[in-house]
Design a protein around this ligand. Structure first.
Ligand code: ZN
Length: 342
């Protein structure tokens, strides 16, 4: 069942490949608030052809409408796992990814899936229901999206070159990446939303954005352009799988940052558990060929337990088949070493 995954990741060293800068990558690099290519609500209406754009309630207030217009979103250099790049942009088999959302494009590579789950859990602990309007975008989807938005006639708007031909942005359309260059095609980007999926999705807005400003990077995510606060992409797995900072409540020093709500430690995952965290864990085990949990179905059964034991053996922790704080810490250290070893 996992042959395809295993053979496609034959390289022993799963290194990370730096991506080019955001210039002509996913979107044009625009300074804060200067992007007139979005609709009046700041949302990119056609960003994910595979899902419905969220209905957008009118912005509530004149202070930027809660859309984070006055926030400066950190943009970090992105990297993708080399095995992902070997497949090609928009050509990653769905079997090699994890479905993290109940929408057709809701796939991410395991590294990003794990990071997304961690961010979702942290958001949930802070009172936000973090969802998405889209994630993975195939090459064909990128092509049709580009064709929808760009034309070979000079419209006087922004232009891009694809296969040696210049294309201009059509009136009323939001920018799109040149096909084959979207971060969505690497299974490493998410268009975040709040509240629900499909018609229930609401645009990201305050106070979530202020919260995400400090939390997203900690969980391995960065923005790409200032004008798209919903577009998050994986920066590296380094912080994604890293354990939450240990909450040493006993010996705790006086809290110096009381404005930060404490982040709960990751839950122990064990046989019988179900859900996205389990799916992410399965994806990680598969990625590193620890055991054979089969498809990442989010159910922690005996095969997953064996895989966790294999992982624990490889990482030098007690092989009890329960993924708890020690395993999480060991995996985090392993990932950090891997992400920085190139
Ligand atoms: Zn996006």
């Amino acid at each position: 069942m996992t042959d395809q995954i295993t053979t496609s990741r034959a390289d022993e060293d799963d290194t990370w490949v730096e991506l080019p800068g955001s210039e002509d990558f996913e979107h044009d690099g625009e300074p804060v608030g200067s992007d007139d290519d979005l609709d009046e609500l700041g949302y990119d209406p056609g960003d994910d052809p595979a899902s419905q754009p969220p209905p957008v309630p009118p912005p509530p207030a004149p202070d930027g409408g809660g859309r984070g217009d006055n926030l400066k979103f950190p943009v970090s250099k992105a990297a993708i796992p080399s095995w992902v790049q070997q497949h090609g942009n928009g050509e990653i088999p769905l079997d090699a990814m994890i479905k993290v959302a109940p929408i057709s494009s809701g796939y991410l590579v395991p590294e990003a899936a794990a990071a997304w789950r961690n961010l979702q859990n942290a958001a949930s602990a802070a009172g936000f229901t973090l969802t998405m309007t889209g994630a993975y975008r195939t090459y064909d989807q990128q092509k049709s999206l580009f064709a929808d938005r760009y034309t070979t006639s000079d419209t006087g708007r922004k232009s891009k070159v694809w296969n040696g031909t210049t294309y201009w942005l059509k009136a009323g359309m939001a920018m799109a990446a040149v096909p084959g260059t979207s971060n969505h095609g690497w299974g490493c980007a998410v268009d975040a939303a709040l509240g629900g999926y499909g018609n229930a999705a609401e645009p990201v807005r305050e106070p979530f954005l202020s919260w995400a400003l400090t939390e997203a990077r900690r969980h391995g995510w960065s923005w790409e352009v200032q004008s798209e606060p919903w577009h998050l992409r994986l920066v590296s797995f380094e912080s994604a799988a890293a354990p939450e900072p240990a909450v040493t409540s006993e010996s705790a020093e006086p809290a110096t940052t009381p404005q930060q709500p404490p982040v709960p430690p990751p839950p122990t995952l064990k046989r019988g558990d179900k859900g996205g965290q389990v799916a992410a864990l399965q994806g990680i085990c598969t990625l590193f060929r620890w055991g054979d949990c089969g498809r990442s179905d989010g159910t922690f059964g005996p095969r997953t337990e064996d895989a966790v034991k294999a992982m624990q053996g490889a990482l030098g922790v007690d092989a009890d088949g329960r993924y708890g704080p020690k395993s999480s810490a060991a995996l985090g250290a392993f990932m950090t070493a891997m992400a920085t070893s190139r």
